[in-house]
Every structure is written in C-alpha cells, then in structure tokens.
Design a protein around this ligand. Sequence first.
Ligand code: HEM
Ligand SMILES: [Cu+2]
Length: 599
Amino acid sequence: MASISSGTKGLDHAHGHGHGHHDEGSYLTPKSTAWATVIDWATTVDHKKIGVMYLFAILFMFFIGGLAAIVVRLELFEPTRTMIDAAGNTQTTGHLIGAVMGETDLLKANNLYNRVFTLHGLIMVFLVIVPSIPASLGNFLIPLMLGAKDVAFPKLNLLSWYIYVFGSLFAIGSALGGGVDTGWTFYTPYSTLTEEGHWRVVAMIAAAFILGFSSILTGLNFVVTVHKLRAPGMGWFDMPLFIWGMYGTAIIQVLATPVIGITLLLLIFERLFNIGIFDPRLGGDPVLFQHFFWFYSHPVVYVMILPGMAVISEMIAVFCRKKIFGYRAVAFSSLAIAGISFIVWGHHMFTSEGELSAAIFSALTFLVALPSAVKVFNWIGTLYGASIDLKTPMVYALGFLFLFSIGGLTGLFLGALSTDLHLHDTYFVVAHFHYVMMGSTIVAFVGALHHWWPKMFGKMYNESAGLLGFALVFIGFNATFFPQFIMGAHGMPRRYASYTHDFDIYHKISTIGSLILLAGFLVHLANFIHSLVAGPKAPPNPWGGLTLEWTDADSPPITHNFHHEPVVTHGPYDFDDVVPPQTNPADFPLPAPAKSRGH
Ligand code: HEM
Ligand SMILES: [Cu+2]
C-alpha cells in the first residue's frame, strides 16, 4: 500500500479556536456530581462512551449465559443421577437440575434442562456474540481509526444501545418467567405449539426481534461512517483492516437482519393468531421457517466471525511489527465472505430439503472456505519471519488461528452432504460451532479487549495475569469441546440431558474443561478490575501501533478524540518505514529510515 500524501485540508488552526483544536480532558473524566455523571453517560452521544456501555452490558450478559453453560455442563457430568425423594426412597431422576429444583418427575426435569441450554444459546448468540466486537470495540474504535470525531449518526447510536437494553429486558423477563424450551433456533411447529398461550415464549421471540433493530442501526451507522468520515488522506486502501472487517459485517447486518425480523414477527403471529404460515395442521410449512431462519442465521455467523478476523489482523500486524501480508486480499476476502454468506444457508437443512438443492448448497458451502483460507494464509504469511512479541493480545491471536482452523475445517465435514447426514444434530455440530463462535470470536474478543484496554481506560493490565488467563482459557476450551467432536462422531445427539455410559469419559473431560475455562475468564476479570483500580497509567501507544487511535489519540482519548484533526501520512502497517509516533524509537531499532520516505 502506498504511503499517502499529507492532508489536503488545512491544519493551520489558530490555537484553541476553531473546530480543529481541542484541549479538553479524557472522555472518562467524571462530572461534578455522581448524579450528573450518570445523566451524562445515560444521554451521551459519544461513540466511546456508548462503546464502553455496550462492553459492560455484553460482559454482564456473557456472565449470565456462562452461568447457564456451567449448569448444562454440571448436569452432563453424570449420565444419570441418584437422589432421595420426599418419601425417603432412592430415585434415579437422571437430572441434577431437576434435583436442585426439587423436581423428581423425569420429564419435567428434562424440560428444565431444555430451558437452560436454550437460555444459554439465545443469550450467547443474540446478546453476546452478535453485538460483541462491533458494538463495543467497533463503536469505540471505528471513528478513532478513521480519524473522525464520532460515528455518522451519534444519536442513532445511543438509540441502538437503548434498544439493546430494551431487548435484553424481554429476554431476561422471559427467563425469569420460566424461560423457553425451543432451542435458540425456534424451530416450528414446536415453537408455535409449546406452552400454548404462555407469554414467555412470545417475550423471548420478541427479544430477538427487538435486538435485531439494534443490530441493523449499528450496521447502518458503520456503513455511512466508513463512507463519509475517513480522515483527509485516507483512501479505501489506507483503512486499517479492522475497518474492512467491520464494514463487511455491517453490510451483512443491514441486509440479513430484516429477514429474521420478519420471520420472528410471523412466528409471533402464528403463535398468537394461528394463521397457518408454518404450522402444517393449518396448511403451513415448517421447512419454510427453517429456510427463513437460516437465510438470516447463516450470514449472521459471519457477523460473528468477521469482527473476530478484523481484530486479529490488527493484533498480528502490531505484534509482528510487520506490514500485513496481502492487505488487499485480506480486505477483499471480508467482502467475499459477506457475499458468499448469503447463498449457503441450505447446509443447515440437508436432512429436510430436496436432494438436488442439498447437493447445490453443499457445493456452494465449499466456496466459503476460499476467502476464509485466504485470510488464514495471509496471517501466516505475516507471521513468517517476524520477530513476534508474545504479549497477551498476540497469544490470543495465535490461539485464534489454531482454533479457527479447527472450527473452519470441521465446517467442511458438515458441509459435505454425505458426512453431514451422519453428523447432523450430534455433538460434532456443537463442537464445530463452539470452535468458531467461542474458540474464534470470543477468543478474538478477549484478545482484542487486552489489546485496546489501555486505549479505552488509560490503564495497563498485568501481563503475567493476562498470559495465565489465556493458558487457562485455551486449555479449558479445548478440553471442553474437543471431546465433543469424538462423541458426536460416535453418535451422541445434541440437546439431551442424559446419555449412555459409552459417552461417560468424554462428558467428564468436557465438564472439567468448562471449569478450567471459567477459571481463565475469572483471572481475566480480576486482572481487568485490578487494572481499573490500581493499574499503571497507559502511554498513548503502548504496543507501537501505526493506526490513528495509537498515533494520534491519548490513552484514554479526549472527548473529541483528537487534539488536532489527524492527517494520514503513512499506511496503517508501514512498520518498515515509520517509527511509531508517541513511542520511544529506542524500542524499535529495526529498519526504520523514518525520514527518507518521499511523500
Ligand atoms: C468456515 C467455514 C464454515 C463451514 C463450511 C461451516 C459449515 C457448517 C454446516 C454445514 C453446518 C450445519 C451442520 C448441521 O447442522 O448438520 C454448520 C453449523 C453451524 N455453524 Fe458453521 N461453518 C463454517 C463456519 C462457521 C462460523 C465462522 C460460524 C460462527 C462464527 C459457524 C457457526 C455455526 C453454527 C452456529 C452452526 C449450528 C447451528 C445450529 O444448528 O444450532 N460456522 N456449519
Ligand atoms: Cu451455516
């Protein structure tokens, strides 16, 4: 990528006046009273504050979803469970959850299990992974990386946050009211028939519907921001790859989310008014629901993974101190993934659609592997020969590469028609999507949180604790989910609370793994809290990055982001030619003929 000439816009502001120069303090500076501070945050249109508010809301939901996951794993530690009933008789209920809730009826205990894993899935998909990186880091970083003061529509941005909270309340309300047992996919006709007349199923569907609007508005905001608010001198190919990834994500969000909105609305109507859209008794078609659902939900898996890939590109470039290998290939592969994601949804329904369409969807599915592999090879190309700085964000990036490779490749087993007929609805699928959603997206998110933490909060975290947390997360994750590939291939179906003794060992390892994973997250949490309370002050550019949030903004940034309107004078990864500004050049003795470059 070429270096870019200095800005075309004037930079000669008279000091302190005009709209170019800002002397105010950090965006985190509290107001005079606690109440004023609360009001300030609640009504803020500052993308940074909104990003931070999203971050805390998402982390809170991650905690709730994680609790549900631990309950599921504890339940599955034992194939059956013995308990003493009220009359003093020994009973085998098979169900820890039932035992805890005082439920001795086997069927009811099973139902409780169904509710817990449904709650887990719904929270993790709609309230955690979909918004995770875009809503928190995307909001915080996109304007900073583009050299803008804010996103294109700041008020819409705040509205998105409130819609997110509003939707979450529906989900939490439904859960408190007893939850739903449909699975996160709401497949009909079960979802239109179960617990007839009860509001909590409608409330949960409504939650997903409402959250969709938050997603659409955020996506819309990002698309316009990227088109309109790039700093002077920043062409499309001078944008950091994070922006490309977020841009591809935003396009999918805007195009696909309305489809799920309509679908969920139809589902609610079907439940409330028995119209006969999906219910075969009324002449409806349940497979139609599956098409509608996956027409959204497959593209959305790329809403989940593209942001992960986006942060990985930044972290790898910075910690390898190298120009990213194949910038344009990485950038365009984001768009290719976004495009292809719309034509492969049928691979979720091989068992319920016609043979011809199944074969076509199977073939199309393999196309997704191409742009995904382009990214992986380019990252490896960047790593090759680099002197890699193994800080927490970077080890997370390496962990991502490893786990995403497993997740993506096992996707191909599932995309192949013949193997999927055997693997469909087994733990193999569960393992696959946890490797991509958790092993890849959440791992990228946690790594990225460490990467940009100093920028967001102006405090450093403890590096050893970060690495310890990573080790626990990485070991715990693999222990939890790798055995699930094996048991799935051996026929363990998903969504069952009990199992035969053939699967004992796999489930035991898996549950122990999940506790290690939990320990890893708690280490990170403690580290972050410690950092906020007692962490050393962060320099503006602790890792020596070249993108504008590092080179031109304080840590934490001031309210208007930049003291001077930034002008882009080098590419985001021109490490060969530039000593990162705001860092100590002695830290970067590598080839750095900083001044020789003609502009
Ligand atoms: C990279 C190439 C990928 C391929 C070829 C692929 C392929 C597939 C296929 C064929 C299935 C259906 C399996 C079945 O139910 O029988 C599936 C399920 C799934 N995949 Fe992937 N996948 C890929 C990547 C991803 C990514 C990146 C994500 C998310 C970040 C993801 C998330 C999911 C989810 C959530 C399901 C299961 C949904 C459910 O039934 O509950 N996949 N994948
Ligand atoms: Cu899919």
